[in-house]
Design a protein around this ligand. Structure first.
Ligand SMILES: C[S@@+](CC[C@H](N)C(=O)[O-])C[C@H]1O[C@@H](n2cnc3c(N)ncnc32)[C@H](O)[C@@H]1O
Ligand SMILES: [Zn+2]
Length: 302
C-alpha cells in the first residue's frame, strides 16, 4: 500500500501573523548578526544556480543575495511572512513564493541545484526527516548551505563550566531550551548529514563576537568585518553560536526535473494550474495560488 503523503508530519512551529521582522530584526540590535550571516552566505553560495530554494525563508531577509540566480523559490510555513517577501520581490519574475512544510516539500525530486536554510533547523524536532527532504529535492552535485544553532558554543561552554548553568554543551543530543527551539551539537548535525549522504566541503563559525559589551563598544559593521575574518580560521573549533556548512550531493551536476512541484498529498509529479487554482490530476487535491503565492498548507475543499 502506498503511504505517500500520509506520514505523520512532526509538530511545526507556526509563525503565522507573527511580527518576526519588526520584533526580532528591525531596531533590535542584531545588525551585527545579520551582517555576519550575510558574509558567511556570500562566501558559501554558488556563483550560479539554475533553480534554488530557500527553506523557511520568512520575510525574505536574505533574498537579495540570490540576485545572480535564474529561478529563486522562497518557501515558508507562514503565509503572512511570505506576503512580506512577495511585496518586496514579487515584481521579479524569477521569484516563486510557496507556503509549505519542510517535512513534506511540495517539490519534485531533483528540482533544485541549490538549497539554503538559515535559522530554521533550530525549530525542527525531526531534523533528519527535513534533511532527507533536502537531499531528495537536490540534483546530483547539488549544494545545501545550512545554518544551525550550536549548543557547544564558547559562551555555553564557559557558562556550563564556571556556573554549572545550562545544558551540558558536550553531550550530543539536541537541547530544547524552549519548546520547539533546539541547539545542536556540531557532531550530531554533521553525523546526520553524513548518514543522509551529503559530503561536507566548508564550515564557517559565525557570530562568535555576540557579546553585549562588544556590541556596545564597536559598530556592527566593524564587528561583522572582524567576524568575517574569523569565520574560517575558527571553523575547526566550531565555537560560534551559529555554524554554517556547505555540503553537496555526491556526483556530477545532474539535470533538474523540469516540473517544479510534486503533489504533497500523493507525491505525483507535475501539477495543473489555472486561474489561481492548482490541482493534482492523480489524486484530485486542489490548492490556491493567490496574490502570487502558492499555498500548499491549506488545501481547498473539493
Ligand atoms: C527564525 S525564522 C528565520 C527566517 C529566515 N530564514 C531568516 O533567517 O530570516 C524561522 C522560519 O522558519 C519557518 N519554519 C519553521 N518550521 C518550518 C517548517 N517545518 N516548514 C516551513 N517553514 C518553517 C518559520 O515559519 C519562520 O519563517
Ligand atoms: Zn496528488
Amino acid at each position: 500500500m502506498c503511504l505517500a503523503g500520509q506520514d505523520r508530519v512532526p509538530v511545526t512551529i507556526d509563525y503565522e501573523g507573527s511580527q518576526y521582522r519588526a520584533e526580532f530584526w528591525e531596531g533590535q540590535g542584531r545588525e551585527y548578526e545579520n551582517a555576519a550571516e550575510r558574509i558567511a552566505l556570500r562566501h558559501l553560495l554558488p556563483r550560479t544556480s539554475r533553480r534554488m530554494v530557500e527553506l523557511g525563508a520568512g520575510f525574505g531577509r536574505l533574498a537579495d543575495l540570490y540576485a545572480p540566480y535564474e529561478q529563486v523559490v522562497l518557501l515558508d510555513y507562514s503565509r503572512s511572512l511570505l506576503e512580506d517577501a512577495q511585496q518586496r520581490w514579487g515584481h521579479d519574475p524569477r521569484f516563486v513564493f510557496v507556503v509549505g512544510n519542510i517535512y513534506d516539500l511540495p517539490f519534485a525530486d531533483s528540482a533544485f541545484d541549490t538549497t539554503v536554510m538559515v535559522r530554521v533547523l533550530h525549530h525542527l524536532v525531526e531534523p533528519q526527516r527535513a534533511l532527507h527532504e533536502m537531499r531528495r529535492i537536490l540534483t546530483g552535485g547539488g549544494e545545501l548551505i545550512l545554518e544551525y544553532a550550536n549548543k557547544r558554543n564558547l559562551k555555553a561552554i564557559l557558562r556550563y563550566l564556571l556556573q554549572r548553568r545550562g545544558a551540558n554543551p558536550f553531550s550530543l543530543e539536541p537541547w530544547e531550551f524552549v519548546p520547539l527551539n533546539f541547539d545542536f551539537h556540531p557532531r550530531h548535525v554533521e553525523g546526520l548529514l553524513g548518514e543522509i549522504g551529503f559530503v561536507l566541503h566548508q564550515r564557517r563559525s559565525v557570530s562568535i563576537l555576540r557579546l553585549p559589551a562588544l556590541k556596545r563598544l564597536l559598530p556592527a559593521s566593524l564587528l561583522a568585518r572582524l567576524d568575517g575574518f574569523l569565520q574560517v580560521p575558527t571553523a575547526p573549533l566550531r565555537l560560534g553560536p551559529s555554524i554554517f556548512v556547505r555540503v553537496t550531493v555526491p556526483g556530477e551536476r545532474g539535470e533538474l526535473t523540469p516540473s517544479l512541484f510534486r503533489c504533497p498529498s500523493c507525491h505525483a509529479v507535475g501539477l495543473q494550474e489555472d486561474g489561481g487554482v492548482v490541482w493534482c490530476a492523480a489524486c484530485g487535491q486542489h490548492w490556491s495560488r493567490r496574490d502570487g503565492i502558492y499555498d500548499f498548507k491549506n488545501p481547498l475543499t473539493r
